[in-house]
Every structure is written in C-alpha cells, then in structure tokens.
Design a protein around this ligand. Structure first.
Ligand SMILES: CC(=O)SCCNC(=O)CCNC(=O)[C@H](O)C(C)(C)COP(=O)(O)OP(=O)(O)OC[C@H]1O[C@@H](n2cnc3c(N)ncnc32)[C@H](O)[C@@H]1OP(=O)(O)O
Ligand SMILES: O=CC(=O)O
Ligand SMILES: [Mg+2]
Length: 542
C-alpha cells in the first residue's frame, strides 16, 4: 500500500511505500518522519558522491595501483590528538554479543553474560520491510524495558533481566538503499532510515538512564565517509539540543581501503567515536574484492584464512595501536563458531573460540564479539584473564615499541591451498545462505558455523576470483565457469539431500542457485550479494 503518513502533511517529498506492518504508526510518527525527511534532504545526495568515489578508487586499483596510506593526510597520522572520550557504560566492552533485531534474540542477547549487545540491521539481517519496521519496534520496547515475548510453540516467556547489557544499534552500510521509503522518488539510504528511527525514538530514554544513542557504523571505505557521518551526528545533536559528542559510534574497519585510513576516520569522528572494530569477515571479503584484478593476491580456501595469517595479524595489531594512541577502544571480531549439541564436539568449539579470543586479547584488543550466548562465558574468561582486576579495558597496551606496520604487510598474499572440497563447500554454503537471505533470514547456522552476509560473501567471491584468474585446484583441475556450473548442479543436489525434499521444495533453493550462477560467472564481480538479493527478498512483499 502506498502510505502517505508523510505526504499528507507538509513532507511532500518523502513517501513510505512499504506494505502495512502492524505497529508501523508507532515508528513513523510525524516527528520521526520530519526528522528523516530533513536528514534525507541534507545528506542523501552526498551518499551517491561517496559511492562514486568508491568506484573511482576501485578503477585505479583494478588498473594496477595498490592501496596505501594517504600522503595528503600525513599530518593527521603524525599529529598528537585524541578522541573526545568514552562514556562510563562503554569503557568495559570485553564481550559483546551480536544478533539480528528479532524480538526473542534481543531479549536473550540483552540478558546474556556480556557487556554489550550489538543489535544488527546489517550483516545478519535480511532487510525486508517487515524486519526493518519490526526491528525498530523491538528496539523501542527494549530501550523502555517493556520488551517481552512468548514462544508460540513452547509458551516460554521472555523478559529483560534487571541489569541488561548496553545496547548499540548497527545501521546498514551506505551501499544499501531501502526501496520502501522514497525521497524525491528515489529509495533512501538504509543507513539514514535505521539511524533516524533508532535515534529519534530512543535517545531521550537512553540518556535518561545514563546510557546514550550508540551506533555501530559498518563497511566504511575511508575518512570522507566518516566525515559524512560526523556531519549527520553534529546536525542531529544540534537539532535535538544535545551537547556535541552525545551520540557515540564505533566504526567497523572491515574494508581494505579503510585500514589505511584508521587515524583519519578517528580524527573525522573524534567528537563521537569511541572505538574501531576488526570486522574480519567483511575485511577478508574486501581483500578479495579490492584486489580482485591482482593475480598474485588470490586467497586460498576460506578455512585457511585465519587471524594468525600475516595480513590479518597486521590488521589487528595496527588497529589496536592506532586506537590506543588516540584513546579509543580496539574491539576484536567474530569467531564464527556456534555451540555444538554433542558434548565432545562442543568442547572443541569452545577450545577454538578460546584460542581465537586469546590471540585478540594478546594483541591488545579491549573486547570481542560472540555470535551465541553459549560462547559468552568462554570469551569473558579469556578477556578477564588479560584485562585483570585493575583495569576495565586494555587502553594501556600502546604497542609503542612495535616496528611500524607497512602497507606491504597489510597487503601480503596469503599462503594456502585451493581445493576441490573447499570450492564445493563454498558453493553449498553460498547456496544455503542465499536461500535463507532471500527468504528473509539473514543469519543461519550452516555446518556448525554462523553464516551471515559477510561470511557468505567470502564463499561466493572466492570462486569468482579463482575463475577470473584461471586458478587451479590442488588436484590440478582448472577452475573455469564450466567446472563451477558442473559443481553447482551437483552441490544443489547434495544440499537437497541434506535438507530433505520437503524443506527443499518449500524453499527457494532454485532461485538461490540461479542467483549464485549469475553472480559467480559474471565478468565483473558484483559489489555485494545483498544488492541482487534485495530484489528477490522484496519481490513477494506486496
Ligand atoms: C560477520 C558479522 O557481521 S558477525 C555479526 C552478525 N552475525 C550475528 O549477529 C550472528 C548472531 N547469531 C545468530 O543469529 C544465531 O546464533 C545463529 C543463527 C547463528 C544460530 O541460532 P540458533 O540456530 O537459533 O541457535 P540455537 O538453537 O543454538 O539457540 C539457542 C538459544 O540461543 C539463542 N541465541 C542464539 N544466538 C543468539 C544471539 N546471537 N543472541 C541472543 N540469543 C541467541 C536462541 O535464540 C535460542 O534461544 P532459546 O533457547 O530461548 O530458544
Ligand atoms: O561485521 C563484521 C564482519 O566481520 O564482517
Ligand atoms: Mg561486516
């Protein structure tokens, strides 16, 4: 239905065109719509320019240039300055749980043994209109402490505990538009929609209880994008008569270009930023995407690209050093493991999580992410051990005596094999993930791992790159479009076997296979799987 909450009033150019969702009038109040309208009016066009700058940089890298630290911002890197500060409830972030903005998930996450819950409109959410609107309603109730849920199958009741985790909302990346809200006839940036609604409805209550409007910003590619966010924040603070620096953000450093601009990103956002985070899965995907035309930097099987590989170790250590020099926290990332049902298998999962978290804590990270409450205690005990009794974070680990980390280390090719089993696994993961995503589920367990948009990107982009550079597998087979198509047919049959004919016939596996075939054999690497995926996700909405 074409909804005119905005158009009936003075906001002629903002139209809400999504299907009716129960409770959406609570989210799209006149005030919220007016604020969103103003943000779009002031800032939406600039997003197009920023995306164009990404394309221009990518063309230069495709032509042979390599990413590097920027000569024109050397003074910022060399200068002595720090961020404005970190509020009390964000000082201790040793374990953060993440999850999509589903109602039960939010309650479980806020009740988990963690310091922070990152409520996700991004990698783990397939942004159907229903999920986006319902997600805002859920967070609104969570902030007010009134959120509850009754499981329809078991009747189990869910409510918030006394002292829940601190809430941070992750908005969508700048590349994602939301077609359900049009500004001057064009879909608006999903990032502005998520930011405007969460801020508008919750800042007052959050501040009243000693917290604040806190955001995670994903997939930045450089400091000019950070500058754009700084303008959005400054405008918002002024409009709502809040002191500068009231809004706090954590930026994910999860693209290869951004790792060369960490000081600059902190500097642009110095009033509002409190931390950077190693979004390792998108970072690996971005390494593939950014260097897609460089035959000497093709990655091996996904399972071999672990945080101890030199290029990833350099990324983590440089992030810690950069953040701590500026007084910002340095968050680690996600080990994609999830608990196993079998006791022995679960012991191994916890041991692997423990090793991964030890590596991060040893590098000096101030905290880390877990995907599941069953991993929280393990991560907590690792970070407790490193942080100790006298501190709440590791800001005192300066890494001052480290040798400088050079561009060549951040770009270092990664050793390892490309195998047939690795390629087939990539296909099965991508198929199942795409099927889930276009059906409205952005985060799923597959073969004992959490898969979301970032991890699935690695699977599908790897195959594209292997084809693009005519790489051979360890068994000597050349990776061609023909080989991929043969494997796709076989692996689709294997997936059918695994999930059962009933689930297969009721699912959207054939559409997922068609999409995977298209994006893997295209001459140009599709920027994000969620872009063509969004068309399929939203096709059946009306
Ligand atoms: C690359 C990145 O961007 S990482 C960040 C984005 N990714 C994420 O946030 C991943 C979040 N994790 C998840 O979505 C889930 O853990 C999944 C999909 C991987 C697995 O979920 P499930 O199959 O439901 O797990 P499982 O059945 O073991 O869940 C057991 C309980 O834990 C809860 N649970 C699982 N994960 C979470 C979570 N992240 N937050 C809160 N509760 C959770 C479930 O709701 C369930 O609750 P219940 O016992 O009350 O019913
Ligand atoms: O968002 C996190 C990532 O690893 O990607
Ligand atoms: Mg990510």
């Amino acid at each position: 239905m074409e909804q005119s909450l905005a158009t009936e009033s003075k906001q002629q150019s903002l139209q809400i065109t999504g299907p009716d969702i129960a409770g959406q009038e609570i989210v799209f109040t006149e005030g919220a719509v007016a604020f969103l309208h103003t943000l779009c009016d002031l800032y939406a066009d600039e997003v197009e320019q920023l995306l164009e700058q990404r394309r221009e940089r990518q063309s230069r890298i495709d032509a042979g240039e390599l990413p590097d630290f920027l000569p024109q911002t050397r003074a910022i890197r060399d200068g002595q300055w720090t961020i404005r500060g970190i509020p009390a409830d964000l000082q201790d972030r040793r374990v953060e749980i993440t999850g999509p903005v589903d109602r039960k998930m939010i309650i479980n996450a806020l009740n988990a043994n963690v310091k922070v819950f990152m409520a996700d409109f991004e990698d783990s959410l397939a942004p159907s209109w229903e999920k986006v609107v319902q997600g805002q309603l859920n967070l609104r109730d969570a902030v007010r402490g009134t959120i509850s849920y009754t499981a329809p199958d078991t009747g189990k009741e869910y409510r918030l505990k006394e002292d829940p985790a601190v809430l941070i909302a992750r908005v969508r990346g700048l590349h994602l538009k939301d077609k359900h809200v049009l500004f001057n006839g064009k879909p608006i940036p999903g990032a502005l929609l998520d930011f405007a609604l969460y801020f508008y409805h919750n800042h007052h209550q959050l501040l009243a209880k000693g917290s604040g409007p806190y955001f995670y910003i994903p997939k930045l590619e450089g400091h000019l994008e950070a500058r754009w966010w700084a303008k959005v924040f400054a405008f918002t603070e002024e409009r709502f008569c809040l002191a500068p620096g009231t809004i706090k953000c954590t930026c994910l450093i999860e693209t290869l270009p951004a790792v060369f601009e960490m000081d600059e990103i902190l500097f642009e956002l110095r009033s509002n930023i409190v931390a950077l985070n190693c979004g390792r899965w998108d970072y690996i995907f971005s390494y593939i995407k950014t260097l897609k035309n460089h035959p000497d930097r093709v990655l091996p099987d996904r399972q071999q690209v672990t945080m101890d590989k030199p290029f990833l170790s350099a990324y983590s250590r440089l992030l810690v050093k950069t953040c701590h020099k500026r007084g910002a926290l340095a968050m680690g990332g996600m080990a994609a493991f999830i608990p196993a049902k079998d006791e022995e298998a679960n012991r191994q999962v916890l041991a692997r999580v423990c090793r991964d978290k030890e590596l991060e804590a040893r590098n000096g990270h101030d905290g880390t992410w877990v995907a599941h409450p069953g991993l929280a205690d393990t991560a907590m005990s690792v970070f407790n051990g490193f942080i100790g009794e006298d501190h709440v974070n590791q800001l005192h680990i300066t890494r001052d005596v480290d040798a400088p980390i050079l561009a060549s280390e951040l770009l270092k090719p990664c050793d390892g094999e490309r195998t047939e089993s690795g390629m087939r696994l990539n296909i099965r993961i991508a198929l199942q993930y795409l099927e889930a995503w276009i059906s409205g589920n952005g985060c799923v367990p597959i073969y004992g791992l959490m898969e979301d948009a970032a991890t699935a990107e690695i699977s599908r982009a790897s195959i594209w790159q292997w084809i693009h550079h005519s790489k051979s597998l360890a068994n000597g087979k050349a990776v061609t479009k023909g080989l991929f198509r043969e494997m796709l047919v076989e692996e689709l049959a294997n997936v059918k076997e695994e999930v059962g004919s009933e689930r297969f016939s009721h699912g959207r596996f054939t559409e997922a296979a068609v999409l995977l075939e298209e994006i893997t054999t295209a001459d140009e690497l599709v920027d994000f799987l969620t872009l063509p995926g969004y068309e399929l996700l939203t096709r059946s909405e009306h």
